[in-house]
Design a protein around this ligand. Sequence first.
Ligand code: MLT
Length: 404
Amino acid sequence: MFQINDNYQKLPGSYLFSTIAKKVAAFSEANPDKSIIRLGIGDVTQPIAPAIIDAMHKAVDEMADVKTFRGYAPDLGYEFLRKAISDNDYKARGCDIEADEIFVSDGAKSDSGNIQEIFSQDNRIAVCDPVYPVYVDSNVMAGRTGTYDAATGMWSNVIYMPCTRENNFVPEFPKETPDMIYLCLPNNPTGTTITKARLQEWVDYANKVGAVIIYDGAYEAYISEDNVAHSIYECEGAKTCAIELKSFSKNAGFTGVRLGYTVVPKELKCGDVSLHGMWARRHGTKFNGAPYIIQRAGEAVYSDAGKAQLKEQIAYYMKNASTIKSGLQEAGFEVYGGVNAPYIWLKTPEQMTSWEFFDYLLEKANVVGTPGSGFGPSGEGYFRLTAFGSYENTVAALDRIKAL
Ligand code: MLT
């Protein structure tokens, strides 16, 4: 008789955003006359920039001609894209990351879920609390997290680093020593971030204790302050302790197109073993490369026209962020984030739990957000709104919230 991976049985409930989608669908079915504004999942709404669409059209035409048709993509990514990433995201910022240290994939969500595979099951992970649920859930599936305590919402073998208003949402070094540290900066869900000087301290800490940092930089394009690093490799020593995950979803609207990459520097080793070699082996075995058309679209992100158009798109979303932030402040809410990230993190009013506020907002204002407790126990009493809606919907949502 076959056996299943029992670790899946340990996962509580369904994936956060699936639970929300089901609740919203039920509300919508029961109230067909209500117009719902969705500021829940961080999904983009603006069309892909013209320079990128042009590149995709051109690549589609190439696929129609026997002389330019392409089959399987190289499993680690086309050279033209890996070079564009290395030149623009790294060398232009003074980070010495070579094209062959970049592994192109179908997105940062898959990479952030898959990367734990190359580490021992005995490793202890440390996560910020609240946290993007994929980091914890994928380690649960791998059997690394111990047992779940429903009363506290915590796993026995996970080291939690609470990020609350008391510490300005800046994670502190944990008391117990972790082997793997997940950092998402600028942060999802709190929309806050840390300075480059503080990030350097994390790099020094990881090198000192022999931990690896899994650094999720999906929201890097939204950084507006000068003292914030755009890549962990801006910090000295990061190449011996950090893996960086990047996405094209949030900076270029690729949520439905799917493209991302992971940087594994050659200097990152466990004893004599190169993690670069391990990830190449894993990628080569389990992945057949992101589609040519999509990689050409990714290349266009770095063209002059692409850069200019994406700057406007990011400014559009960040105008939404400041509209949400100032609107909520006017309405008397305690609000965080929204300066270097497209997320606004607010304290729920009148001691409501996160899910109580979710229901209240859905029923009374027909606005969808994300309950903070869905991201971890320290998210209880908080709520996340995304700036990825249209400007009109964002303004309308705020009007409704202010009228409550
Ligand atoms: C979120 O809403 O937290 C993100 O959109 C989820 C994701 O990027 O996978």
